[in-house]
Every structure is written in C-alpha cells, then in structure tokens.
Write a protein that binds this ligand. Structure first.
Ligand SMILES: Nc1ncnc2c1ncn2[C@@H]1O[C@H](COP(=O)(O)OP(=O)(O)OP(=O)(O)O)[C@@H](O)[C@H]1O
Ligand SMILES: [Mg+2]
Length: 242
C-alpha cells in the first residue's frame, strides 16, 4: 500500500443474484485526491459504489480503508469510520425541512467527536442557499439545490472520503460548476478525498483528477488528469466509449 493510500479496492467482484456485475475491480485513492469514475449507463458504476459502501456484499476481493480490511463491515461501520456517501438520485426526504434532512443522520449516532452545530454552520457557509432555505421542505428545492442538500447531509459527519454518484445528473450547468468548485476546494484546502462517479464531461474536466473508465463492470482504462483536464480533451477521450 502506498504511503497516502486511503481507500484500496483489490480484485473486487459483486452482483445481483447469480449475475456478476462488478468484475475483478482494483484501484486506490490517496488522501486529498479526487478520483473520477465514468462509463455509460448500466456499466456497473453504482453497483461498485454500493459494494464499497457495504450496501451490496462483495463476492470476491478486498476493500481496505486506512489499511483496515472493511470488506465485510456493515454500512454503518463504514460510515462511522469516515466514508460518506451521496447516492445517485439524491434521496432527499421531501416531507422534512432542509435542516432536518442535514441533521437526520446525526440523530442515529450516540456520540459525535465534534460540535455538530459548528459543522452545520460550516456547511451553511459552503451552501448559502441551504441556509436561506433551512426551514423549507425538501420537496420545494430544485434539482441543483437537492444535490447540494445531499452533499451537505454527507458532510455533517465530517468524513475523510466522500463517494458521490452522478452529482451532475439533471442539474443546470451553473450549479454543476459550483459543485465542482466546492469539491476541488475541499480537496485542496481541507485534504478531503472524493470519488466522483460522473458522465458529465464538463464536471470531469473541471475536477482535474485522474479518471477510471468502467465498461461492463470491468476497469478498462485509467486516464491521467492531464489527458482530460479540458472539456475538449475529456470529450475526445471519453466519447469513444459513450
Ligand atoms: N437491484 C438490482 N437487481 C438486479 N440488477 C441490477 C440491480 N441494480 C442494477 N442492476 C443491473 O446491474 C447493471 C449495472 O447497473 P448500475 O446501476 O450499477 O450501472 P451504472 O453504471 O450505475 O448505470 P447509470 O449510469 O445508469 O447509473 C445493469 O445491467 C443493471 O440493470
Ligand atoms: Mg448509476
């Protein structure tokens, strides 16, 4: 394991019933790094993320976080260890307020190692629209605002790494680049680590990160950030596969 490796996936396979979807997948992410993962619809990106979160069991292989084997740990254990998750489709509770959505995960924990109210204020300073709408119902938010809320909900536990599954899906370009800026700033300034599953070329190029290509559950290509750090370069390299 390299010195800064935070999350390491080795020969991971998983699937549904008798079908194997994720097939012998290996990669690692270092602390403070952003790793993009891309691939067309139905290629197994979400299945891979659910397996890393423990929402789907690994059939084969190993998942290590901070050098600890978490392959068979519960999702709750992984979350407590410092892995945050922003699921595809955001999964906002529409009948709860913005603030209740952010704070809901906190109520499930007995002990927190930091002041939650300070953390909430920090989150509100990152996402001013959420502060403004703190008492509004989740259902009243636009898609872009809901995505910000889903990220805020993951940040409340102050995780070391956050996995985001298609944060740009169905969101207007200005909010996509706002979210991209939040992620790159958090990685640069606070050494936060991100795995960003994404098909949006503009966000992929903005992240200025290495990118893994998934095809039929297999890792087929590893692209360096310098190969995809403009929209044109990213489109040329990735459009071949979409
Ligand atoms: N709960 C499930 N039960 C059975 N098969 C599933 C289930 N969820 C996904 N699949 C299948 O697994 C394959 C991979 O799906 P997955 O959702 O991981 O792809 P994806 O790359 O995330 O796609 P998208 O970009 O559309 O989100 C697809 O063939 C899909 O039909
Ligand atoms: Mg998906």
């Amino acid at each position: 394991m390299t010195k800064n490796s935070l999350l390491k996936i080795e020969n991971l396979s998983s699937g549904y019933g008798s079908t194997i979807i994720v097939n012998n997948f290996s990669f690692e992410v270092n602390k403070g790094e952003i790793l993009a993962i891309t691939g067309s619809n139905g290629m197994g990106k979400t299945t891979l993320m659910k397996t890393i979160m423990g929402l789907l069991e690994a059939r084969e292989g190993k998942i290590s976080f901070k050098e600890e084997d978490i392959t068979n740990s519960s999702p709750d254990y992984r979350s407590k260890s410092g892995i945050g998750y922003v699921p595809q489709g955001r999964e906002i509770f529409s009948a709860l307020t913005v603030e209740q959505n952010i704070m809901l995960p906190v109520y499930t924990r007995k002990k927190m190692s930091f002041n939650v109210n300070d953390k909430l204020e920090e989150i509100y300073s990152l996402f001013p629209i959420l502060k403004e709408k703190r008492s509004a119902n989740g259902s009243s938010l636009s898609g872009g605002q809901q995505q910000q809320l889903a990220i805020a909900r993951a940040l409340i536990f102050d995780p070391e790494i956050i996995i985001l599954d298609e944060p740009a899906e169905g969101i207007q370009p200005s909010i996509v680049s706002f979210i991209g800026k939040i992620l790159t700033d958090l990685s640069k300034n606070l050494k936060k680590t991100f795995i960003v599953v994404e098909q949006n070329i503009s966000l992929i190029s903005q992240l200025n990160s290495d990118c893994i290509l998934v095809e039929k559950g297999i890792l087929t290509k590893k692209l360096k950030s310098s190969e995809i750090n403009t929209v044109e370069k990213a489109r040329n390299l990735l459009s071949l596969h979409n």
